[in-house]
Design a binder for this molecule. Structure first.
Ligand SMILES: Cc1ncc(COP(=O)(O)O)c(C=O)c1O
Length: 394
């Protein structure tokens, strides 16, 4: 495999994929999309950077779930949840891994390596297994058991790094340099943003090509944020949207480099990276510059939320909408509630929350707030003790 260029050779910054807009515009029209039976992210192939589509379980076209009770409680016209937990590995990261792995196949790479807080690794493991590629994963040792179980079950070679996600990331980069493996690291590999932008394409299409007023994104490395923004901007460029939404970036208080820079002097500085929401536990965001540009360009907002707010949002979202999020995903609702409290959202708005990962990925966190079951004996008497004597029919 030839040496690959991932970042700008002169400044070291992340690269951005450009398209031939005339060609993409002719291929992607409302009419063509309406008649396209492909209910996966690959329906947007003219705006994806690979020649072909990755074989394996279908990624994308996840439901946009109406949440009227959340809308009422937040004082908004409409709230919808883009449930990315329905992807094959149960997170939005499948979108990024699908594009990166297809690229790996097209250049003849056999081994894909990836550093991850857990979900990018799970996505890489699942899709690599289906596509017949090898996956070598670097995760922090503290990664949740469910996420580890997924990577290992799908046959990935998993290295549990005694350190943080940021340290795992750097080690993975060094491995790539030394051994020439194909690297799927978030942000560093420009194709991760390309996959993630398809979530925006779907939100727009599912709303009949009318942009919502606000899209709420939990932010770690900032790559979902920059990807979602790129998606909306590309649709506007092709004339498929008249306007683009504002973005609300939500970060955990201990891991808020992007929000701090947005409210401060625009300079990204490392945070402690400590939060219960492992998916957004990042010290230095690897796509932070692009995330900041996206936030500014969208005339967006940034909020920080505590771990308590994040945990409380898990059952709040589940009970009001039927959508189960892991802590990093539930951070979106925590952030929207915080934004409502701060008065930075308007009552006429339609907001879309991105539920970036399924709650079953981190049951230990959910159990911290869900409560415990009531234990009863197997006899009818224990039922009667709880509920009293039989009520009779009717
Ligand atoms: C569930 C979940 N939500 C949000 C994020 C944040 O995405 P990004 O790092 O692109 O900002 C991640 C990243 O791992 C994640 O796993």
């Amino acid at each position: 495999m030839a040496a690959l260029t991932y970042v700008c050779p002169s400044c070291g910054g992340n690269l951005e994929v450009e398209y031939d807009w005339a060609v993409a515009g002719a291929a992607l029209t409302r009419e063509r999309l309406a008649s396209d039976g492909d209910r996966t992210m690959w329906r947007y192939a003219p705006l994806l950077p690979t020649a072909g589509r990755l074989e394996g379980p279908p990624v994308g076209w996840t439901p946009l779930v109406e949440a009227p009770r959340l809308a009422r409680s937040l004082g908004l016209a409409r709230v919808l949840i883009k449930d990315e937990g329905r992807n094959p590995s149960a997170s939005l990261k499948d979108r990024a891994s699908a594009v990166a792995l297809q690229r790996a196949r097209e250049i003849g790479a056999e081994l894909v390596t990836c550093a991850s807080t857990g979900n990018a690794a799970g996505a890489t493991a699942v899709l690599a297994a289906a596509a017949g590629l090898k996956a070598l994963i670097f995760v922090p040792k503290a990664t949740s058991r469910a996420k580890l179980a997924q990577m290992l079950t799908f046959g990935a070679d998993v290295l549990a790094v005694e350190g943080s996600y940021d340290q795992a990331f750097d080690l993975c980069l060094e491995a790539t340099r030394r051994y020439g493996w194909y690297n799927r690291n978030t942000g560093f590999n420009p194709y991760t943003r390309e996959g993630k932008k398809t979530a925006a394409f779907e939100i727009a299409e599912q709303l009949g090509f009318v942009a919502p007023d606000l899209v709420v994104v939990p932010v770690g490395d900032g790559n979902i944020l920059s990807g979602v923004w790129k998606g909306f901007v590309e649709l506007r460029r092709l004339g498929l949207l008249d306007r683009v939404p504002r973005l609300l970036a939500v970060q955990a208080a201990g891991s808020a480099a992007v929000v701090e820079a947005f409210h401060g002097d625009g300079t990204l500085r490392p945070a402690s990276g400590e939060t219960i929401a492992d998916g957004i536990a990042v010290s230095f965001p690897r796509d932070g510059e692009a995330a900041l540009r996206a936030l500014k360009a969208s005339r967006g907002f940034g909020v920080k939320v505590s771990d308590e707010q994040i945990l409380a949002a898990i059952p709040a979202q589940a009970r009001a909408s039927g959508v189960f999020g892991e802590p990093a995903a539930a951070a979106a609702l925590a952030g929207l509630s915080e934004a409502a409290r701060l008065g930075i959202v308007q009552g006429s708005w339609t907001a879309v929350l991105i539920n970036t990962g399924n709650g079953l990925k981190d049951v230990a966190s959910a159990m911290k707030v869900a409560g415990e079951p009531r234990v009863i004996g197997p006899e009818v008497a224990s039922l009667e003790k709880l509920f009293g004597a039989e009520r009779g029919a009717g």
